[in-house]
Every structure is written in C-alpha cells, then in structure tokens.
Design a protein around this ligand. Structure first.
Ligand SMILES: [Zn+2]
Length: 242
C-alpha cells in the first residue's frame, strides 16, 4: 500500500505553537449599510482609531481604517479589514485580515446588539497578515509574525454607574456610550474636552428622573466629574464610545 500523504510529516508541522501577540480594541463608527447589492449584503465599519497591547507589540490604530462586512445566506458574516498600526516607537505596520463569524441566530443577535457573549458559543476567526518597512520590526531582527491567527476577546462588562435615590447601585452594565463635546479636526471628541456622556444600560429598572426609552433599555446622562474615574477609563479603553 502506498504511503499516505500525511505520513512522515516533519515534527514542526504536526502541531502549531502560538502565543499571544496583542489584544486590539477598535473604535468603530456605526456601520454604513450599503445593503443587498447583487450577490452580497454589504455593510462597512469605518474605524476611528484604537489601540493594541502585547508583550512584543503595542501602539495605536490609526484613523481611517475600515472593515468591509458581508452577510451571507447561511447567517455567517465575513470580514475584510485593512488597518494601519503605529507602534509605541512610531513604526508603521500594515495589517489586513479576512475573517468569518458564525453562530446560532440568537447568539448572533446578541452580538449584533453589542452584548458580551461567551466566545465558546460561536465561531469567530480571523487570519491577519502584517507588513512593515521598519528595520526594527521586519525580518530578520524581529521575528515578525507575517501571518497570525486571531479571535475576539470578550469585553469586560462595565458596571452601570447609576445610583438610585435610596442609595442602591444599579446592577446593569453599560451597552453603549456616547461622548459629547467640541468636535476636533479629526471628527472625534477628545477625551479632555468631553462635556457630557450619554450611557445606555442593560437594566430595565427605572433610572428615576433621567429615563428615556431606547430599544427597551435605559439611557442616562453624566457629566465627567459625576463618573468614577474607573468607569470613565473603561468607557474609553473598552472601545465602547460611538
Ligand atoms: Zn443602570
């Protein structure tokens, strides 16, 4: 019997070894819905910016990157993303990735609403490629991962800061946040210029006095000095601002 193709595979190819490269958070504008074009339902997320943080590679994601998504007839979503990363020492890295997300309809619906979902409940993988002209991060001085494997990391829940008149803390978590203040040249509100936050909370109880209904959830407004520093920090680092 002829040898099987998989026999005599060299050891390095019998198992893959990976270690975390970085965790990345993107601040994405509300999706631009192109809609049902022939052959594809297209929507596009424009990236305002973001950050990435790892032992070997950290920095910021530059404004103007984009995420072209296609909703497919089997309920899955594919991604086609182009990003420019700027490392803490100012090297630029081009990063592209294709990705696919698929899961039960109820789980997908929760993800679309921005809820935190256990990553084991759905499939989401991205295959990035990175390229740089930097002597520091390119071959051969730095073992640059020219390709890698990615998945999403659940966002830690941000507790609702609302305190009821009887002193009880709301047990909900923040679903969405928006910052209001003078818009800078880049079209975004700088953190130091924020005059007011509007937060949306998962709790359906009545936030007495500041209630307005939004998709059956509650929203509230806070001045920056009314928020615990920890909550404000998480709003920014969590990439929740839209
Ligand atoms: Zn709340």
């Amino acid at each position: 019997m002829a040898a099987r193709l998989r026999d005599d595979l060299p050891d390095p190819l019998t198992q893959s070894r990976t270690r975390p490269l970085f965790v990345m958070r993107l601040d994405v504008q509300p999706l631009q819905i192109v809609g049902a074009a022939p052959g594809v339902y297209r929507r596009i997320g424009v990236v305002r910016g973001g950050s990435f943080d790892g032992e070997r590679l950290s920095g910021e994601v530059l404004e103007g990157s984009s995420d072209w998504q296609a909703l497919r007839s089997d309920g899955s979503t594919t991604l086609d993303v182009r990003l420019v990363l700027k490392t803490t020492d100012s090297a630029l890295i081009g990063m592209t990735y294709r990705g696919i997300r698929h899961g039960p309809p109820d789980v997908t619906a929760r993800l679309e609403k921005g809820e935190v979902v256990d990553p084991a409940m759905y499939y989401f993988r991205m295959a990035p490629f990175l390229e740089t002209a930097s002597a520091e991060y390119g071959e051969p001085r730095w073992p640059a991962p020219r390709s890698a494997m990615m998945t999403d990391v659940p966002r830690p829940p941000i507790p609702c800061p609302f305190v009821y008149a009887d002193g009880r803390q709301c047990t909900g978590v923040i679903r969405r946040a928006r910052a209001y203040g003078p818009i800078g040249r880049d079209g975004a509100v700088a953190r130091s210029k924020v005059r007011k936050y509007r937060l949306w909370c998962s709790e359906k109880d009545d936030h007495a006095g500041v209630v307005a209904s939004f998709e059956a959830k509650q929203r509230m407004e806070f001045y920056p000095d009314q928020l615990e520093p920890g909550v404000e920090d998480q709003l920014w680092s969590g990439g929740l601002l839209i």
